[in-house]
Design a protein around this ligand. Sequence first.
Ligand code: ARG
Ligand code: ZN
Length: 887
Amino acid sequence: MVQTIRREDYRAPAHLIDEVRLEFDLDAESTAVVNTMHVRPNPAANGQDASLFLDGEDLTLVSVALDGKPLDESRYTLSQEGLLIRDIREPATVTIVNRFSPAANTALSGIYVSGQTLISQCEAQGFRRITFYMDRPDVLAKFTTVIRASKETFPVLLSNGNAGEAKDLEDGRHEVTFVDPFPKPSYLFALVAGQLVCREEKFRLKDGRLANLSVWVEPQDLDKTEHTLESLKKAIRWDEERWGLELDLDDFKIVATKDFNFGAMENKGLNIFNSKCALANPNVATDEDYFHIESVVGHEYFHNWTGDRITLRDWFQLTLKEGLTVFRDQEFSADMLGEPSARAVQRIKDVISLRAAQFPEDASPMAHPIRPDSYQEINNFYTMTVYEKGAEVIRMLQTLLGRDTFRKGFDEYIAKNDGSAVTCEAFLEAMTSVSKRDLRQFKRWFSQAGTPRVKVRSNWNEEEKKLTLSVSQTTPSTPGQPVKQPFLMPFPVALLNGDGIEMPVKLEGESGAGVAGTRMLELTENSQEFVFVDLAEKPILSLNRGFAAPIILDAGLTREERLFLAARDGDPFNRWDAMNGLLIEAVRDETRARLLHEPHDIDPRLLETVGAILKDESLSPAFKAVALAMPTEKIVSETLPVIDPHAVHAAWVAVRNAIAKRNLSAFMEAAEKNVTPGEYDPSAEPAGKRALKNLALGYAIAAGNARATILVKDQFTTATNLTDKLAALRLMVNSQTPAKEDMEVDALKAWAGEPLLLNKWLQIQSTASSFAGESLVLERVRELVRCDFFSIRNPNNVYSLLMPFFTANPAEFHLPDGSGYAFWAEMVLELNRINPQVASRVARALENWRRYVSPLASRMHDALESVYARREELSPNVLEIIEKSLN
Ligand code: ARG
Ligand code: ZN
C-alpha cells in the first residue's frame, strides 16, 4: 500500500530522544545493535499521544526493555513499518536489541557492504534499516557510538564525532567509542568499517585551532586523494571568509566508496562520497572531474552549517538545505575561478544543465514546487527542482536584496536557528527582517511549480526617443496547480547602442541623467510596462542578463538583433545565450524543413558568426568552447511542441556539418593553437584550451578532414591526461574510422581494473552513434549488461551505461519498433528488485512520453503499462514514478 504524505499533515513528534547510545557488533552477514535511548514525552505535543513509535525496516527484533526491564509483549506491537510502544508518559530509557544483514542490503540504504568495507547511508530514511528509532529530521539527539568488530577484517572503525577510547577485545576483536557532541537527527548518522588508509593533514582554522582533516579510502585509491584534501581546505577557508562560518569539530573525515546511490552525503564530521565525486589523479579524472570534485567536496562541507547545525523540520523543507547549499557551492566554485570570464563560463554550464534537466522536469508529470506539497516516496524528491531550481531561487533573493543585505540576512538565519530543525519560512523571515521588504510574493517560488514564460515586446518611438517595453509573464499549469499567480523576479536589462555599448537608461518619471550600465527591473505583475526615455538611438535589448531569473524568455528580437548580441553583447552570459539560441533555432528550422520535405539553407550569417567567435582574440578558449558547442539534441527537442528524435538527430548532424565545412580552416587552426604541453594542470585556463581544441577537432572530423582524424588517433596514444585521451576515444567511436574497434578494445583492456575508467568507457559506448552496417547501440548495451565487468548492483555502472542510453542518446534509444523501450522496462523491473532508489531514477526516463510523435508515444506508453502491470512487485519508489507518468 502506497501512502501519500502531505506537508499540511505535519505533527510535532509525540516524544523526543535526548541521548542515544548505539553498540554495534559488526559482521557483514549479521550485525547486532544494542540501542539505548533516553526518551521523554515532547512538551510541545501536549501529551496527545502516549505511544512511542519507532520506525524500523528489514530488521530482526531481539528484545525490548524499558528502564532496564524486559518489556511485556502486550506493551508493544511490531509491524512492517516499525515498533509501537504504548504508554510512555514519563521520561524513560528504552533499550532495543536488533539485528540486520549488511550483506543482504542491495538497496545501499542503511549499512551495506562495498567490497570488504561496511558503509552507511541514512538520508533520507536509511537509519530505520539499522535500528528502531524515531527516524525523522525533527528529533535531535546526542549520539554515542560503540563499534566492535574483527580487527583483521575491519581494522579501521569510524563514526561521527570524536574517537574516545579504543581497546582490543578477546578473540581478535577490537572496540572504539565515538562521541558526537552535537545533537543531530538520525539521517546524519554515519558508520564506516574496513581496511582503509588515509591522507591526513592538520589545518589551522581562523580562530587558531588545529583541525585534523582526513580522507579515507581503500589502499589502491590513496594516490587519488590529494585533490580531495586540497578541495576541503579551500572549502573551509572560503566558508570562513565569505560567510564567517567556522568548522566546529576537531576532526573532519571524508570517506570514498565506489558503491553509492548518489553523489555524496554530509553526515556530521564524516562525509561519505561516491568515489566519482571524490577521487582524482591525472590518469583517472578529467578536467571536469577535478572541477566537479572541488564543488561536491565544498557542497558537503558547507552542509555542516546549512543542513547539520540548522536542519529540517520535515522532508518537505529539503530545499532549505539543498537549494541553499547548491547556491553556496556555486558561489564557491565561482570564487575559486576568480576571473570574470571563467566565472561566466561556469554560470553558462549551470544554466545548460538547468535547461537540460530541470526545465523538462518542471514540464513533466513529476513537476513539483521547490517545496513540494506531497510525496509518496521522499527519495523521489531529491530532484533538479529541489536542488538546482532551489539554488536559483536563493540566487534571485541575493540579486533582489543585494549581496550585503543578503549576507546580513544569512547571518541572522544562522544566529536565530542554530541547533534547530526549521522550515523554509525561517530563511525568508531572516531575509525579510534585515531587508524590511515584503517577501510574500517572492514566496510563491516555493509553492508554485512550472517554468515561467516571460514575453517582452518593445515599441520604439522615434520622435520622442523613447522605448516602451511590454512585459508579461505566465506559468503553465502543472499537476494539481491549474492556475498560477505572478512571481516577483529580478529582471536586469541593458539597452545597447549600435556599437554594442550600454546606453544611459532612465525610466519615465525619473529625474537627472540616465546611468549607463545594467538596470535592475523587478517583475511583479501578469503584465507590466517600462518606458525608457531620453535615448540617443533605437537600442538593442539585452534582457535578463546573467540569467538572473530562471525563466523561458521570449524577447521578441529579430534574427538580425540576435546575431548582433551573439557578436557584441558585453554580458558574457547573454552573448553565449544569443549564440546558443541561434544554433537551437537552426536545428529546429532544419528539423521542420526535413519533416515537410522543404529545402532549407542554414543562415550564412550564423555560419559566419561561428567563424568570428573562433577568431575573436578577446574571448577565452573556454568561452569559445561553450559558445560554439552544438546544443544537445535533447535541448533542441525541449523547444519543440512534438519531439521526433530521428528528425532532430538528422537535422542536428546537418547543421553541425554545415558549420564544420564552412569554418574548417578556423577549426583546424584552433585545434593546433590550443594544445597544452607540459605537466598536467586541471585549472580553468588550460582546461578551456583543451575544451576548445577537442571541440574544434570534432568539427574538423565532421567536415571529413583526414588530418584531423590522424591528429585524434595520435592524441589517443600520446595524451598525458585523461581529458584528451577520452575526447579522442569519443571522437573516434563516433566516427566511421576502421581503427576505432582496436582503440575501444585497447582502452577496455587498460581500464577494466579501474572502476572510474571503466565507467567512462561504458558511457562512451552507451552514448555512441551507430552507422549503417554497424550493430545498434541497443545491442551493444544489451551485451555489455551481461559482461562480467558490468554489475547491475553497482549504481555507477547503471549511471554510466543505462541512464545515458535512456536519457542522452535519443536517436539510438527511441527505435521505431519500441525495442529500446522494452529493454528499459526489463531493466526497471530488474533494478526494482535490487535497488529501488536507482530503479526509480531509471524509471523516470519515460515520464515525458506524451511529448513524442505518435507511434513513439504510444510505444512508450505500452512500456510504462507493461511495468505497471507488475505493480504488485514494484517498490513504492518505482510505483510512484510509473503512476504519475501514466496519469
Ligand atoms: N544530502 C545529500 C547531498 O549532499 C544527498 C542525499 C541524497 N539522498 C537521497 N535519498 N536521494 O546532496
Ligand atoms: Zn546537499
